[in-house]
Design a binder for this molecule. Structure first.
Ligand code: HBI
Ligand code: FE
Length: 297
C-alpha cells in the first residue's frame, strides 16, 4: 500500500497511461458477503432510488439502469465491468478502502475506479465516516457510463499525478475540486431545475434532501478558481453547493494546464465554506441556519 512509486514520469507514455503499481487491488470476495450484507445493499438501494427520482440528474438515473445495478443482491464487479468497458473503457477494481492520493490518481488516470469491497452494517444506514461499497458503487460508478463525465474523471487523475510533483498545496486545491464536483456537485438541467450528481450526496438520504430543499446552504454557479480556494466540511452537510450546467462545462473548465492557476492562487487566501463573495453567480444565498462557526477543512 505505501510502497513509493518509482520513476513516475515513465508511466505517462504515448501509449496512454500505464499504472506504475496497482496499489491495494484485490479480488471482490463476492461469495463472502452475508445475507445481512445483501439486505443492507437492498435497503439502501431501494431507499435512495425512490428518493432520487426527480432529484438526481437524469444522466445518473439512466446510467445506473443501463449498468444493470439492481437491489436484489450486491452487484458483481466483473459483471458491471463488461458493461462499463463497452460504454467508456473504464473498469472497477476492488480495494480495502481509502488509497494514498497518488495511487488513487494513478487508478483514475488508467480508467480504473477503486471501489471499497465491504458494505456498512445495518446500524450505519444513515451515516458512515469512510467510503464503503454503497457509497462507491451506488454513488460514483454509474456516471462512469457517461462518456463526458468519464473523461473528466480521467483528466482529474492525470491532473492529480502531475500535481503530486508540484506540492501539497496544489493537491489541496485539487482535493477541493473533487469534493465540490465529484462528491458534492449539483447540476442544473434544461428546465433550470437543480439536480444531484455528487456521489457523497447520492449515497446519503439526509444530504439528498438537504442540498435541494433546505434554505440553509448557498447554491453558487461553478467557477474553477472559486472552488479551488473554498474550504469544505467533512463533519456536516455542506454550507455551499457549486452548480454546473453540464458535464461538458466541467470537462472544459478543467481542460487547461493547471500550473498557471496553481501559481496564481498559491499564496491567495482561502474562502470559508459558507462565504458568499462579490463576484459569485449566486443561485440561492443560504440562510446559514444550523451552521457551526468553525471546522472548515
Ligand atoms: N481512495 N479508494 C479511494 N477513494 C477515494 O475517493 C479517494 C481515495 N484516496 C484519496 C482521495 N479519495 C482524495 O484524496 C481525493 O481528494 C482525491
Ligand atoms: Fe467518494
Amino acid at each position: 500500500m505505501n510502497a513509493a512509486p518509482q520513476r513516475l514520469e515513465h508511466s505517462l507514455t504515448d501509449k496512454g497511461y500505464v499504472p506504475v503499481y496497482a496499489a491495494g487491488v484485490i479480488e471482490q470476495p463476492w461469495a463472502d458477503y452475508s445475507s445481512t450484507d445483501h439486505r443492507v445493499w437492498a435497503q439502501l438501494y431501494d431507499r435512495q432510488r425512490k428518493l432520487l427520482v426527480g432529484r438526481a440528474s437524469d444522466e445518473f438515473l439512466v446510467a445506473q439502469e443501463q449498468m444493470g445495478m439492481t437491489p436484489d443482491r450486491i452487484p458483481r464487479f466483473d459483471e458491471l465491468n463488461e458493461r462499463l468497458w463497452r460504454a467508456t473503457r473504464w473498469q472497477l477494481v476492488a480495494v480495502e478502502g481509502l488509497l494514498p492520493e497518488l495511487a488513487f490518481f494513478e487508478h483514475l488516470a488508467a480508467r480504473e475506479f477503486p471501489v471499497t469491497w465491504w458494505i456498512r452494517k445495518p446500524e450505519q444506514l444513515d451515516y458512515l465516516a469512510e467510503p464503503d461499497l454503497f457509497h462507491d458503487l451506488f454513488g460514483h460508478v454509474p456516471l462512469l457510463m457517461n462518456p463526458v463525465f468519464a473523461n473528466y474523471m480521467r483528466a482529474y487523475g492525470l491532473g492529480g499525478v502531475k500535481a503530486t510533483g508540484v506540492g501539497d498545496w496544489a493537491l489541496q486545491h485539487l482535493a477541493r475540486l473533487y469534493w465540490y464536483t465529484v462528491e458534492f456537485g449539483l447540476i442544473r438541467n434544461r428546465d433550470g431545475e437543480l439536480r444531484i450528481y455528487g456521489s457523497g450526496i447520492l449515497s446519503s438520504k439526509g444530504e439528498s434532501l438537504h442540498c435541494l430543499e433546505s434554505a440553509a446552504p448557498n447554491r453558487i454557479g461553478f467557477d474553477l478558481e472559486r472552488v479551488m480556494r473554498t474550504r469544505y466540511r467533512i463533519d456536516s452537510y455542506q454550507k455551499t453547493y457549486f452548480v454546473i450546467d453540464s458535464f461538458e462545462q466541467l470537462f472544459e473548465a478543467t481542460r487547461p494546464d493547471f500550473r498557471p492557476l496553481y501559481a496564481r492562487i498559491h499564496d491567495a487566501p482561502s474562502y470559508a465554506a459558507g462565504a458568499v463573495l462579490p463576484g459569485d453567480d449566486v443561485i440561492q444565498r443560504g440562510t446559514g441556519e444550523g451552521w457551526l462557526a468553525d471546522g472548515d477543512v
